[in-house]
Write a protein that binds this ligand. Structure first.
Ligand code: HEM
Length: 444
């Protein structure tokens, strides 16, 4: 065929999707809904590090668990691989960074970035330490208790103070409405959103009512911040957002600020708390690591504590995937050609179980990272590329502070009990029994 005769459509390579489960979509959907972790593990065992799955809400999906392919996904232009559809906009609002795509997303990330740089994060260390000391003062001695409710309160209070700048009555109000809201919201987030709320006692009606109460508090917080004579010196994220502007000198709208604060809270609270609960669960089962960490906590060093945090995040991954949507007419990924409209999920949990990147992946071993940083495309608890977690540095500082403070105040009993099982809270995975430990207060 001469080039003049070549139809234009041949410019695009033919679609070639990876292998997928031979059973009907409905069955794949049920398996995924009941246990997405189990389903992805089984599929990976059968088909390797890239396969196709039909996922409720997201439809045709390619799951990737290979460092080279993950790197390609994360570094592809957002015009070709954009935000996952549908996303958390239904829960957090269209002004949330989770809802934005393309240029709008890029602009928002630039605006948010300074609030989460190392220098800004330093300002929050005291808040985290104070919140930890306050919470652990009530820990019982000599009896097993779940750490998750405590780590949830610490991370919630830390974000409300560091991000929202909340104190007094507003802090108390937010503390009251946010935990049930986030719990219900993250359960509903993985279901299709109905077009109406079905009354104030239905789940969606309750979310709408919490949002109304939340908006009233945010209005009050913004008014108070603006009226503060020290407004220019304030270091909470709300003040930083109120003071910053986009490149074209426009400012974030009131609605977008409300959506974004809620986003930072929803994204940062449960994830960090779950990882900390896993850290306690892991340490109580690894006496050798615990002993060395205790010794280190007496000093200003944190090399082992940092390695421990990295290993908890790998070995007990709390967010199991990072998703993108194919906008390009077709997307070539390795040997595969994926059509527009597909979802691509980088399976973070499968990537973290890769024996080539992490020999004996089931073994909990912080030593892996002493003197060697993990590869940024194999170790990916915070996702990657343009949508990589905004709060990664904040989360790391927070986990470091909480662990150091606990180790300085308590000894943790070790146990030979088997590891706790996984429990899905909708978005994050927590230890099933809440990361139970037995502690004794250090004297003197
Ligand atoms: C251990 C704790 C945390 C984990 C494991 C975690 C994990 C993640 C993951 C996997 C993503 C998706 C990345 C992607 O699609 O490539 C993400 C996004 C995000 N995270 Fe985190 N996160 C944590 C803590 C935080 C904290 C403390 C904050 C804020 C204070 C935060 C704010 C966000 C935001 C705003 C996004 C959306 C970024 C965007 O779409 O551009 N996260 N996080």
């Amino acid at each position: 065929m001469s080039s003049a005769e070549t139809p234009l459509t041949t410019a695009l390579p033919a679609v070639k999707v990876p292998p997928g489960a031979p059973f009907p979509k409905a069955l794949q959907g049920i398996a995924f809904t009941i246990s997405r972790r189990w389903t992805v593990q089984r599929m990976a065992r059968r088909y390797g590090d890239i396969f196709r799955l039909n996922v409720p809400v997201y439809g045709d999906t390619v799951v990737v668990a290979n460092p080279q392919l993950a790197k390609q996904v994360f570094t592809t232009s957002p015009e070709d691989l954009g935000n996952i559809q549908p996303n958390l906009s239904g829960l957090l609002g269209f002004g949330s960074v989770f809802a934005l795509d393309g240029d709008d997303h890029r602009r928002r990330r630039r605006l948010l970035a300074p609030s989460f740089h190392g220098k800004s994060i330093k300002n929050y260390e005291n808040i985290i330490e104070e919140e930890t000391v306050r919470e652990i003062a009530g820990w019982p001695e000599g009896e097993a208790f779940p750490t998750l409710p405590s780590t949830m309160r610490i991370t919630l209070n830390a974000i409300l103070r560091a991000v929202f700048g909340a104190e007094g009555a507003e802090l108390d109000e937010l503390r009251r409405i946010i935990p049930p809201w986030v719990t219900l919201g993250s359960r509903l987030a993985t279901l299709p959103k109905p077009s109406r709320t079905y009354g104030r006692y239905s789940p969606w009606g309750r979310l709408a009512e919490w949002r109304r109460q939340y908006d009233a508090i945010i209005d009050k917080l913004i008014a108070d911040e603006r009226a503060d004579p020290n407004f220019e010196e304030r270091t909470d994220v709300l003040a930083l957002l109120l003071r910053s502007t986009y490149e074209d000198s426009s400012a974030m709208s009131r609605k977008d600020i409300g959506d974004e604060l809620l986003t930072l809270l929803a994204a940062g609270h449960e994830t960090t708390a779950a990882t900390l609960a896993w850290a306690f669960e892991r340490l109580s089962r690894h006496p050798d690591v615990l002993e060395r960490l205790v010794a280190e906590a007496e000093t200003d060093e944190n090399e082992l504590r940092q390695a421990t945090i990295l290993e908890v995040q790998r070995n007990r991954t709390v967010i199991d995937g990072a998703g993108r949507h194919v906008y390009a007419p077709v997307y070539e990924l390795g040997e595969w050609v994926i059509p527009r409209g597909y979802t691509i999920i980088v399976s973070i949990s499968q990537m973290h179980a890769n024996p080539e990147a992490f020999p004996e992946p089931d073994r909990f071993d912080p030593q892996r990272y002493i003197g060697a940083k993990p590869s940024s495309f194999a170790w990916i608890p915070f996702g990657g590329g343009a949508r990589r977690c905004v709060g990664a540095v904040f989360a790391n500082m927070e986990m470091d502070m909480v662990l150091r403070t606990v180790l300085r105040h308590f000894t943790i009993d070790t146990t030979t009990a088997p590891g706790e099982k996984w429990h899905s809270r909708g978005i994050a995975f927590t230890p099933k029994d809440g990361g139970r430990i037995v502690v004794h207060r250090r004297r003197g």
